[in-house]
Design a protein around this ligand. Structure first.
Ligand code: ASP
Length: 280
């Protein structure tokens, strides 16, 4: 049993700030809580739980604290993938719910498993979710000041459970100031992918991650026999060739974890019941 979570990137201005410290502490706490949960639940349930805790913390750009888009509205995207069944479900540009990842998880039982916009919101309302504003004053301030705060604070989790099953979950408020209707990588197989061999969650510039097919490539390479490290190396070389910006966490079916970022400002934490690794 093991898991690794990420809290996206922090901006240069946060390099040595209180926010960075707060993010490190929050990640450590959430990694511990999610690991405890993983002891009695599947990887699929645990990645959703971890991501919902991350969504509930306004430090990150997902759920509460999501970025505001160019028209002043918050739209969120999230996806979850079960490595065993290889089913992905997700919501794209959903508004007014507290935990997009929980709506994504609920959709796993449906035939229509990725819903967008109003349809996603309607589905949430019909399935017991409450109307909830995820806006925090800080984001409105940034928006009002037209500060494009880099928008890199998406969250994600990949885990292996006691039966060796893998899962991945990712949630985002987008990149901030995007054209309404933009679709990020987070609810696609480029940003969130898992199968019985490997599970991956990405953060960074969605367009780069989609162009590079990052999560899918890493999982496929590991499935075909590459080590995690080699799969990352090759995929990041290809990302570099398009000047891509991404951070990635992964776990394989032997419980190996790996992470990399094209700019070293991603925050993440891993926990295996004994050892914490907390970065940046
Ligand atoms: N990948 C997200 C997007 O492009 C942003 C992020 O990871 O911070 O919307």
């Amino acid at each position: 049993m093991k898991l690794i979570i990420h809290g996206g990137f922090f901006s240069e201005s946060e390099q040595s700030s209180e926010i960075k410290l707060a993010k490190q502490n929050s990640l450590k706490n959430i990694a511990r809580l999610a690991f405890e949960y993983l002891q009695h639940h599947s990887a699929f349930d645990a990645v959703a739980y971890a991501v919902s805790l991350l969504e509930n913390d306004p430090l990150y750009n997902a759920g509460i604290g999501s970025q505001i888009q160019s028209d002043g509205i918050i739209r969120m995207s999230a996806a979850i993938m079960d490595g065993e069944t290889q089913k992905l479900s997700g919501v794209i540009n959903i508004q007014g719910v507290k935990n997009p990842i929980e709506v994504a998880k609920k959709l796993i039982i449906e035939d229509d498993r990725v819903l967008g916009g109003v349809g996603a919101k309607n589905y949430a309302m019909e399935n017991g979710f409450e109307n909830f504003s995820t806006e925090i004053p800080q984001r409105r301030k940034e928006y009002n000041e037209k500060l494009k705060s880099n928008g890199k604070g998406t969250v994600g989790c990949v885990a292996i459970d006691k039966n060796g099953k893998l899962a991945a979950a990712t949630s985002t408020g987008g990149k901030g100031f995007e054209i309404p209707g933009r679709i990020s990588d987070s609810a696609t197989v480029a940003g969130n992918y898992a199968n019985p061999f490997c599970a991956v969650s990405c953060t960074g510039v969605g367009e780069d991650i989609v162009s590079n097919a990052t999560a899918t490539k890493i999982v496929t390479r590991v499935t075909d026999g590459m080590t995690l490290e080699n799969a990352f190396q090759k995929t990041f070389e290809e990302l570099k060739a398009i000047d891509g910006f991404a951070g990635v966490i992964a776990i394989d079916n032997h419980g190996n974890i790996y992470h990399a970022n094209s700019y070293p400002t991603m925050v993440f934490a891993s926990f295996d019941g004994k050892n914490f690794e907390v970065f940046h």
